[in-house]
Every structure is written in structure tokens, then in C-alpha cells.
Ligand binder design. Sequence first.
Ligand SMILES: [Ca+2]
Ligand SMILES: [Ca+2]
Length: 319
Amino acid sequence: MNSISDWPGSQKGVALVLTLLILTLLVVTGLQLNRAMRVEANLAGNFRDLTQASCIAQSGVEIARALIQEDEPSYDALDERWAKFEILAVFSSQLFNEGHFAGQIADESAKFNLNGLIDQYGNVDQKKKNQLDRLFSVLGHDPKKVDALLDWLDPDDQKRPLGAEREYYINLKRPYAPKNGPLDSLGELLLIKEIDVSTFQGTDEREGLKKYLTIYSDRKININTASLPVLMSLSERVDRSMAQAVLDYRQEKPFGKAEDLRSVPGWDQVYPEVSSEITVGSNFFSVNVLGHYRDARAVVQTVVKREGRKTRVLYWKTG
Ligand SMILES: [Ca+2]
Ligand SMILES: [Ca+2]
């Protein structure tokens, strides 16, 4: 084959252009291949980091479960080790190379259990309904919204004055049937008439219902962990200062038994009314853990039930 220098002038020019074109093509293809390989390597790296973050989050959950399992179960209060998981988690970076976790354990018995509103025969537990009405009021939400909630939970199709039943829901733009049974998740509340995102999640001006409600507990309120609004909801005779007195009392010493509540200023007279609704322990804990590995993040949200020296998972969500 002749070399380019042997070719006549015009042919030389064409050959040069062709050579340059081929070279350019080779360089471009090479660059694209290189980029594709780098993208794949990055994807593999991201996947590896995400998997590591997820494993770290799950390790955090296992540590949380161990704290709950080794806890003294006769009472459950905020001075115990499980309640300090958030602080323990700060030291988790010592357990992993380039990773750590953050998280909380919360007592679900500190909250009002919505599935306790309707008994197994479909009847409303009036005491609990009154408690929920008060909780709505204390938080600045209209207690009339409770009608729609009860209709959603009760088995019949008879609408309460301010409630909503099948007829309302099947005529929505995107129709669905009411549950007419216990809730499977708190998020279901958003399907109920009158309960919108701001009522559920809260706004800058007003707290949402979400953090005060649960579907996991034995339906009694743990006076060792309950918040001020939940304590105020126990009776219409409980005002803010009485609820605050409970918080002050337990800061000094947790309640070992429900009767100890009688020693708190103002509560002796209220005790007979609230005794059936309260407890000093819990077997239901939510555990939320965020795992970090390099730039990757992974969340595990779970609810566990303590059974003797074990815990059973009732809910598990990763993301
Ligand atoms: Ca305990
Ligand atoms: Ca109903």
C-alpha cells in the first residue's frame, strides 16, 4: 500500500481529512466508552454506599432493640437507657469506618391509640372519645372532626351529624370506600373527611395530630412518658398546671405504679376517673434510625413490641 506522501496533491488532502475524521471518531468513541465506564463505576459506588448506609441503619435498630430487651419492664420512663438512644447514637461513628447512625426510640404508649375508640362490638368507648375530643381542643383543632373519624372506624354506614360514610367517599372525584374497621397505619387518617395534611402534620402556627396519636399500644397512656397535651386530655378537670406538675414530678422520680399519681398536686381527686386509662409502663416502642455512609443515607422506621426478653417487629419500613 502506498503511503500518503506518494499520493498526488488533491488525493493527499482527502486522505488527510479522512485520517483526521477517523482519529476524531476513535477519540470520541473512546471518550464515550470511558464516560460510560465511569458512570457505571459511580452507580456501583453509590449502590455500595447506599447498601452500607442501610446496613448501618439496621445495626442501629438492632442496638435499639437490645436496649429495649434488656430494660427493666415494671415501669418505662425517660430516665432509662432506651430513652437515651439518641445520645448513645452520637458515639456510633466509633463502630463503623466512614459511617454512623442517628435515631430515636419513642414510647408508643405516650400517645392516644385511635384503634381503642371502637370496641370489638362496634360500639364507641365514650371515655376514649371524650379524651380524643379534648386532645383535638388542646391542640387547637376542631373536635367536631372526631365524628368523621368515628364513622371511618365504626362498622356501620350510619353517618354521624358531622361525619361521613360510604355515600360521601364513593362520590368523591377519586372514589374509595371508608375503612369501617381499625386503622392499619396513621397515614390512613389523610383519607378521612376533614383531616387534611395541615391537621395531620401541623403548620408553623399549629401542631399536627400525628405525633400524639398511635395505632400501637395496649390503649392506656403511660404517665411516665406522655406529653403535656396528652396528659391534659385525660380529664376535663386537668388543666395545664396540673399536667405540668406531672412532668415536674417524674423529672425527680418516675412513677413506679399508677397510684403514685395521687401524690401529684391536684391529681388525687381526678385519679378515680383516669385510673382505667393510665399505666406506668409500655411494651410498644417505635424506633427510627438514619444510617450514614460517606454521602449516602438510608432510613429504617420500625415499631416493635416487647415480649418478655424479646422484641417482635410490628412494622418495618426502609427508605
Ligand atoms: Ca423500663
Ligand atoms: Ca362507618
